[in-house]
Design a protein around this ligand. Structure first.
Ligand SMILES: [Zn+2]
Ligand SMILES: [Zn+2]
Ligand SMILES: [Zn+2]
Length: 327
């Protein structure tokens, strides 16, 4: 069911999870499998009448802990491997219509705790090399269930994009400097693309943003993972996420779709201090209220992004949306 095939032209694994075709697709709200199980109602994924935050293993996983060696052996040129890994679903709330943006900072703070816990626990599994924490939000991103949730993929390899970022950071850091620390100081000094500043985190539209309203949330301290955040930093991360998300929803006056991804240290046993620098990246697909940025031929076939707004402009607009939304 779960297998990996090697693409030698791009030097990357492609994961096959054929049973995913049968997964639940946009069910009516009364049949939401992520809502609590109502007394006398149909059993959902959570056999309780209410919950705060819940985590469970995805029933339609892209990777599974017990994935067998694939029957398809491939060749020396195109080998296969078992799709061994873990896929978890993180439910942010038992309220079907809630969103992360609408949640209290206290709840988001608890979520940070859950993310850190899952990073450590999944990362400690011997077959897991990278714990990828993410959220796909909105139908524009292809979300199949509206209930507020994120996901975690514990991959048996370091996925290509983080691997590329880590390679760049390692090459840069040969002179004892962290690439991300230097990027962050550059953004602070310039200031035009800063969207929000907390005590321990900063949010900005990067100089080289791929999506118009892309925002990166960087820990100011150079730490490899979310698990390395201290108590104050966790509180501040919740605070900054709340501000950014409320601003995002205020940008066009509707709940903004986005992809949220966390970049941090792989869990393959190597030392990533000074190379991996914990940060969260948001990619909203909207160029305007009603136009989306599609990944078309140049982006998909050439890997070259074409953007039609400068980050200085979009950062100013987004900053305004944050400021006018502030209580
Ligand atoms: Zn629900
Ligand atoms: Zn750093
Ligand atoms: Zn990154």
């Amino acid at each position: 069911m779960n297998q990996l095939r090697w693409d030698p032209t791009l030097e990357e694994w492609v994961a096959y999870a054929t049973h995913r075709q049968d997964r639940t697709f946009l069910p009516p709200a009364e049949y939401c499998p992520l809502c609590p199980t109502k007394p006398g109602g149909f059993p959902t994924e959570v056999p309780r009448e209410s919950y705060e935050i819940a985590v469970f293993e995805n029933r339609f996983p892209s990777f599974a802990p017990d994935a067998p060696e694939p029957e398809e052996k491939g060749s020396a040129l195109t080998p296969t491997a078992s799709g061994r890994g873990v896929c978890e679903v993180v439910l942010y709330s038992d309220e079907h219509d809630a969103t992360l943006a609408g949640m209290s900072e206290g709840r988001i703070r608890n979520l940070v705790e859950v993310w850190a816990d899952r990073y450590e626990e999944l990362g400690s599994l011997d077959f897991v090399q990278y714990v990828f924490i993410f959220e796909n939000k909105g139908e524009a991103i292809g979300v199949t269930l509206h209930h507020p949730h994120g996901q975690i993929y514990a991959y048996p390899f370091i996925p290509p994009r983080p691997a590329r970022e880590l390679r760049a950071a390692r090459e840069y850091s040969s002179g004892d400097r962290c690439l991300h620390c230097d990027l962050l100081s550059q953004e602070h000094e310039d200031g035009r693309r800063i969207v929000a500043k907390g005590e321990h985190f900063s949010a900005f539209v990067p100089f080289y943003a791929h999506f118009p309203y892309e925002a990166h949330v960087y820990a100011r301290r150079c730490i490899p993972s979310i698990a390395d955040l201290n108590g104050e930093e966790r509180v501040d991360l919740a605070h900054l996420l709340k501000r950014l998300l409320v601003g995002y929803d205020n940008l066009f006056g509707f709940s903004l779709p986005y992809m949220m991804v966390m970049h941090q240290a792989p869990t393959d046993g190597e030392d990533y201090r000074g190379v991996a620098h914990f940060h969260i990246e948001f990619y909203p697909p909207n160029r305007t209220a009603d136009k989306l940025k599609y990944l078309a031929s140049s982006e998909t076939g050439a890997g070259a992004f074409i953007a039609d707004a400068l980050p200085e402009q979009t950062a100013a607009t987004l900053r305004e949306a944050l400021e006018s939304a502030a209580p």
